[in-house]
Design a protein around this ligand. Structure first.
Ligand SMILES: CC(C)(COP(=O)(O)OP(=O)(O)OC[C@H]1O[C@@H](n2cnc3c(N)ncnc32)[C@H](O)[C@@H]1OP(=O)(O)O)[C@@H](O)C(=O)NCCC(=O)NCCS
Length: 212
């Protein structure tokens, strides 16, 4: 397994690649992984391995199992927050000490976005200013990161058009992106801080949301 750690403004970001063996997984996580199909097992193991790396960097080595809530979000040990994203044997995890924020992270491999994806995920005003395929992919990724940061607090599906974003030019450093939420059910919107980076063939986006 290859790992890379980045000190990110939202916490510790761990990027792991070539996860052929589970790394520092809890026995309960290993037992859970055994029940999955091969593809799901690979992504689950990569994701939990990335979380383990990030949490160890925050000083948490002897840790309880990271479970999953009833809507799919990872359940971090008390006192910590975190999020995970995976693309087969590559995974990215973002974790931090709980300071009243929830986190979201997303990873996407650079590819031509599927036909019609822009119309599906972008608002009218975003469609008018975002037409570059890379930016469309970054917008998709950032909205997924935002979803992961806010969905556990809102406890509902949040549609892509409930978030409006303005992206920076993509580069190898995490750069601030603007996110405005207009929640369909009129809930008070959490405040979001977001970043985007492009590492070779990989887009990574992060979101940090004030907890409700
Ligand atoms: C949940 C979702 C964001 C996951 O993204 P994905 O590209 O399918 O998969 P990723 O590998 O990036 O992320 C998977 C991880 O997301 C996390 N996740 C799943 N559901 C979640 C939820 N409700 N809240 C927070 N995190 C969640 C899990 O940790 C999961 O990995 P694990 O099961 O191994 O623990 C996506 O499937 C989805 O439902 N998107 C539609 C909603 C949306 O993004 N709206 C934008 C509104 S701003």
């Amino acid at each position: 397994m290859k790992e890379r750690l980045i000190d990110h403004p939202h916490g510790v970001l761990a990027i792991v690649d070539d996860v052929t063996e589970p790394h520092a997984l809890h026995p309960e996580e290993l037992a859970r992984a055994r029940d999955f199909t091969e593809h799901r097992r690979a992504s689950f193991v990569a994701g939990r391995s990335a979380l383990a790396v990030a949490l160890a960097h925050l000083g948490l080595r002897d840790r309880p199992a990271i479970g999953t809530d009833d809507r799919g979000a990872p359940l971090l040990p008390s006192g910590f927050v975190g999020s995970v994203s995976h693309k087969s044997a590559r995974a990215v995890a973002l974790a931090a000490l709980d300071a009243g924020f929830d986190l979201g992270v997303d990873v996407e491999l650079v590819r031509v976005p599927r036909e019609g994806v822009a119309e599906m995920i972008l608002t009218e005003s975003e469609l008018a200013r975002i037409d570059d395929p890379l930016q469309i992919l970054a917008a998709f990724s950032l909205k997924e990161a935002v979803y992961k940061a806010i969905a556990p607090g809102l406890r509902r599906y949040v549609a892509f058009r409930e978030a409006e974003i303005t992206l920076p030019a993509l580069s190898e450093s995490f750069t601030h992106a603007e996110v405005t939420l207009t929640l369909a059910r009129g809930e008070p919107a959490p405040r979001i801080e977001a970043t985007v980076a492009l590492f070779g063939d990989t887009i990574i986006t992060t979101a940090r949301a004030t907890r409700r």
